[in-house]
Design a protein around this ligand. Structure first.
Ligand SMILES: [Fe+2]
Length: 216
């Protein structure tokens, strides 16, 4: 059964209720250069970005504890303003993902996002150079589905509403099909990134981000 046929309660029971794929819902459209996206604030769970105290965030965070099953993954990148060149400071990134079984498992009571997004999540804030990084584990695709393994990023700029950008997915891996590529609109820049593995078995990806333009 595809996720589209599952109700929210059923998704929650399966540990899949964390999301729809950002940017893969078919209701986005790539804007003309410099235009504002009509769907900029359409988002599931973006309020999770507001859970952290932005003043206390660093530009690096661990999303997974040392005992989390899975292969270690390092994520880094630079956040740029909408011109695509100027590093953007003080931008909060809220990230969450499935575990090594493809599930949003181990969520905690407190907020809808903490319940639905599972235990693998984290927050960073860019410094003056726009850089950020996360350490986590490599997510698995949802069980019995065709959606690629992915990591959700929500962006929160100072004084703005949060918004989703295209998920991180691993170029060349399961589910990253020509159809999937066509469904992407480069929201926040390209999220389809190659994963490389070092001699110690640690995966790395770089996901640079270009901030979207806001209506106000
Ligand atoms: Fe998801």
């Amino acid at each position: 059964m595809t996720r589209a046929r599952l109700g929210l309660a059923a998704l929650a029971a399966l540990g899949l209720a964390g999301c729809s794929m950002a940017g893969a819902k078919g209701d986005d459209a790539a804007p003309a250069d410099g235009a504002i996206r009509a769907d900029l604030y359409q988002c599931e769970g973006c309020e999770g970005a507001l859970e952290a105290d932005a003043a206390s965030l660093a530009n690096h965070a661990a999303m997974a504890s040392a005992g989390e099953p899975g292969e270690p993954l390092h994520i880094d990148g630079t956040v740029y303003t909408a011109d695509g060149k100027t590093p953007a400071a003080s931008v909060v990134i809220y990230a969450y993902q499935t575990n090594a079984e493809g599930l949003y498992a181990g969520g905690k009571p407190g907020t809808e996002a903490s319940r639905r997004h599972g235990r693998l999540r984290g927050w960073v804030k860019t410094g003056a150079d726009g850089r950020y990084s996360f350490d986590t584990i490599k997510p698995a695709p949802y069980p019995d589905d065709t959606i690629p393994a992915h990591i959700h990023f929500t962006i929160l700029e100072p004084g703005k509403r949060p918004y989703w950008i295209d998920d991180i997915v691993f170029d060349g891996e399961f589910g990253v099909t020509p159809e999937y590529r066509r469904s992407m609109t480069n929201k926040g820049g390209n999220g389809i990134v190659p994963a490389t593995r070092d001699a110690r078995g640690r995966w790395s990806v770089t996901r640079d981000i270009i901030l979207e333009r806001h209506p106000e």
